[in-house]
Design a protein around this ligand. Structure first.
Ligand SMILES: [Zn+2]
Length: 430
């Protein structure tokens, strides 16, 4: 599916018109249909609907022969500055910027530590600083007002990468609606994004059968926290509270300060992870090590995951419930890889695969076979590289504190009760 920027803008305008019309209707009828906060940003976008730029290494063009006109320093503006469009490829953008293929590979090599290049979407900005010798001094990817990645050339010609994140301001919004038709469509109509709806469905999936239990006229209310930087919505949001009232039943979920979700009695809704992405333990050929000496390049490079020495074709399992957020058929160094968003602050990545068995946007359950291991990308032999990220930062998957099916302790329970009270109030008032 291709989803261009223009189409997306139209969608967003449409949604806004639809909303405004509804708000008018609400004023006239005085009904209780839509309670979207009035602060609903017009230029808000949905990360989940943006399509990654296909990285096509087979269509590389020769480096541009023309010398660049002016001498550029690191402080001057970029020599090439572009908003990524639908259909752009990384190789095309590098060629247009006058940067050769070898340099692009060096950038991809640095990207292996962060894997941000495959998350570049139409609407993102890419800036190149190329000096008059045609060397790429700096490359900047702007994902949103809150997040950018900067690649800078080191003295040996390799690249270092830094992710810059701005905290911004998080504002709370309440979205309410009635159920008519499916929950998905009703929630989408009320202004929730696909990712938010999928998150709600996966949090409450053991309490509600979304295709059977809900009736027309049932109500839902969701408290969201949305990020703004300099008044601009970045597209980042968290769900803080959910209530779905169906007949006499109320189903709820609240995000606690630990980033995990609980029902209103403090029982965990985040299912425990399994430690291994495999059916049984295999030899670990390379441990998680933020200061590893790389076996191929001989450089100090973090090893952000654990390598299991598994033969090609070994079944790779989802370690927790989640939604497939990225499927990459070919990264020069990471090979074929898949990323699972495990809800809230958790993400897992599986690299060097031979085959991916799931699709982007698909729900997966803990223990489900999602791929077959392989030997793709830069490797010294067949293995599975497994990463576990908490708030975007890699942790040791073998030792990290990951959610268990325990409830809250006494002190946390008191704090949680306060939090439920205030969020309930927000949902009632809206
Ligand atoms: Zn590895």
């Amino acid at each position: 599916m291709q989803f261009g920027k223009t189409k997306w803008l139209k969608m967003s305008q449409l949604r806004y018109q639809e909303l405004t019309a509804k708000q008018k209707k609400l004023l006239m009828i005085g009904g209780c249909v839509v309670g979207i906060a009035l602060l609903w940003p017009r230029q808000d976008f949905e990360l989940d609907k943006r399509i990654p730029v296909a990285i096509d290494l087979s269509h590389l063009t020769a480096p541009a022969a023309d010398p660049l006109p002016q001498s550029l320093t690191m402080n001057a503006g970029p020599s090439f500055d572009q908003i990524v469009e639908n259909g752009d490829t990384l190789s095309k953008l590098f060629a247009e910027a006058g940067v050769d293929q070898q340099t692009m590979y060096k950038v991809l090599e640095a990207d292996l530590n962060v894997l941000v290049l495959d998350t570049l979407m139409p609407g993102n900005r890419i800036e190149f600083w190329v000096n008059d010798q045609g060397q790429l001094n700096k490359l900047k990817l702007r994902f949103s007002a809150a997040k950018q990645a900067i690649f800078t050339r080191a003295s040996d010609g390799s690249y270092d990468v830094k992710i810059q994140e701005i905290k911004g301001i998080w504002q709370q919004h309440v979205v309410t609606g009635d159920i008519h038709g499916s929950f998905y469509l009703s929630a989408e109509k009320a202004g929730l994004s696909a990712a938010q709806i999928q998150h709600i469905e996966s949090l409450l999936k053991e309490k509600i059968n979304f295709s059977r239990d809900l009736r027309a006229g049932d109500k839902f209310s969701v408290v969201l926290s949305k990020q703004y930087v300099e008044g601009e919505a970045t597209g980042e949001s968290h769900i803080l509270g959910i209530e779905i009232a169906s007949g006499k039943q109320v189903y709820s979920a609240y995000r606690f300060t630990d980033g995990n979700f609980y029902d209103e009695h403090g029982h965990s809704l985040t299912r425990a992870f399994q430690r291994l992405p495999l059916a049984h333990m295999y030899r670990i050929s390379s441990k998680f090590n933020p200061h590893r000496l790389h076996p191929v390049t001989g450089k100090i490079a973090p090893h952000n995951g654990v390598d299991f020495a598994v033969p090609i074709g070994t079944q790779v399992l989802a370690t927790g419930d989640g939604i497939v957020s990225l499927v990459v058929p070919h990264h020069k160094y990471a090979g074929t890889y898949v990323v699972i968003n495990n809800g809230g602050k958790y993400r897992t990545r599986f690299l060097h695969l031979s085959k991916i068995l799931v699709k982007k946007g698909q729900h997966v359950s803990r223990g489900q076979v999602i791929a077959l291991s392989g030997n793709t990308g830069r490797t010294t032999g067949p293995h599975l590289h497994y990463e576990f990220l908490i708030n975007g930062h890699p942790v040791n998957p073998m030792t990290a504190k990951i959610p268990m099916e325990n409830g809250l302790n006494h002190a946390e329970r008191t704090q949680f009760a306060q939090l439920v009270k205030s969020r309930k109030l927000m949902m009632t008032l809206s």
